[in-house]
Design a protein around this ligand. Structure first.
Ligand code: FAD
Length: 357
């Protein structure tokens, strides 16, 4: 098929690579927004997430898949963006410690966690009075480097163009999309929070979440692990650490840094670390998230050739490879979409005023 992808963030890059590999003819446009979710993200992939530390949705499928996907892409496009690394998670109470001690003996949990034997290594730096555990199958993707390398690769193939996609520069004719004088079979929205501005999809349960990140210096903090305790500290390959992050549903501007974001994140990091740290840089961006915390995949109900691949929220790195393959299967008519990610779940909000757009 001849497919136009809008947006070359994490979603558009992963989907573009997936569709290319399957032999489709793709073309990607991106408006080069200077600050985006992908450019700011920490890029962690972690099977145990959330305040209650639950196993992430479909972890059994997502994690083996990403573990093959990113290294394969790295071998193709070059760079050093994929890093497997355990996450050291201090327990917050004796009760939680007991709970995870019990779980760590169960066969099911053994594939994801171990009780850590590194408590003494982190003790001088991290608040870990109750000890901690470590995740397996975790790590981080340098998302900014990833999309830069993929952009070089796409440019080499002549399939990437800097361009702003608007309602005025395309039209729909007989199940095809005419964009800038070329006809496409499908057009796929991978436009991150840009989806907010598109009347075609205003009925989706999109709910972007702003977040802040610091780059920090912490003297002698071990770099063998990412540390995570209601916030994370991630050792960077170039030296120093990345620390994050905040979650704000209400904000005036999606990309500006604010004193509130600064204070909130500083407090989070102070709760993790016993030692002093120096803040070198503060950045912020907004995650393309949804109210039910599940991605948005599927065809527009009126225009079948307009497809969305968005809503990756806080977990784009782990979700994108597997769901891009899933969406490709759907486009090739090999499968129905999982109900949890299918935009059909928002149809109750698709009212007459949306149908005339
Ligand atoms: C502070 C913070 C921390 C995060 N940490 C993590 C983490 O640890 N792990 C994790 O997995 N995820 C994390 N994320 C989330 C992650 O960034 C997202 O899940 C993912 O990057 C979203 O990618 P995307 O391609 O959907 O959106 P984006 O990155 O927003 O990309 C959209 C692209 O579309 C382009 N575009 C938009 N509109 C148009 C248009 N009209 N025409 C042309 N191009 C257009 C934009 O320029 C952009 O390049 C974090 C995000 C933030 C903000």
């Amino acid at each position: 098929l001849k497919i136009l992808i809008i947006g070359q963030g994490l979603a558009g890059s992963v989907l573009g690579l997936t569709l290319l590999e399957r032999g489709h003819q793709i073309f990607i446009i991106d408006n080069q927004a200077p600050v985006t979710s992908t450019k700011v993200a920490a890029g962690l992939f972690n099977p145990i997430t959330g305040l209650n530390r639950t196993k992430t949705w479909k972890a059994e499928q997502l994690f083996p898949f990403l573990k093959t996907f990113y290294p394969k892409i790295q071998a193709t496009v070059g760079g050093n963006f994929y890093h497997e690394l355990p996450i050291y998670m201090p327990f917050s109470s004796l009760e939680i410690q007991n709970e995870w001690m019990a779980k760590s003996g169960e066969t099911y949990w053994k594939q994801w966690i171990d009780i850590s034997d590194k408590d003494h290594v982190f003790e001088p730096f991290v608040n870990n009075d109750f000890g901690g555990m470590e995740t397996k199958q975790s790590g981080w993707l340098n998302t900014e480097e990833f999309i830069l390398k993929v952009a070089d690769y796409f440019n080499g193939l002549g399939i990437l163009k800097i361009c702003n996609f608007t309602r005025e520069n395309y039209s729909i004719t007989q199940d095809k999309i005419d964009f800038a004088g070329t006809l496409y079979d499908k057009i796929i929205y991978c436009n991150g929070i840009g989806l907010n501005n598109d009347p075609l999809f205003s009925w989706l349960n999109f709910a972007p979440v702003k977040g802040d990140i610091f780059e920090i210096e912490v003297d002698k903090l071990p770099t063998s692990h990412i540390v995570n305790k209601n916030g994370f500290i991630l050792p960077l390959t170039k030296g120093g650490f990345r620390a994050g992050s905040t979650y704000n549903n209400f904000f005036d501007d999606p990309v500006s840094i604010t004193p509130k974001g600064f204070d909130e994140l500083k407090e989070k990091i102070q709760n993790i670390l016993k030692t002093e740290f120096k803040i070198l840089k503060h950045i912020a961006a907004t995650r393309p998230a949804t109210k039910d915390r599940r991605p948005l995949l599927g065809s527009h109900p009126k225009y079948n050739s307009i497809i969305v691949f968005n809503g990756l929220g806080t977990k784009g790195v782990s979700l994108a490879p597997y769901l891009a393959a899933h969406l490709a299967d759907f486009i090739e008519q090999k499968t129905e979409l999982f109900p949890e990610v299918n935009i059909q779940r928002c149809m109750k909000n698709y009212l007459p005023e949306h149908q005339n757009v």
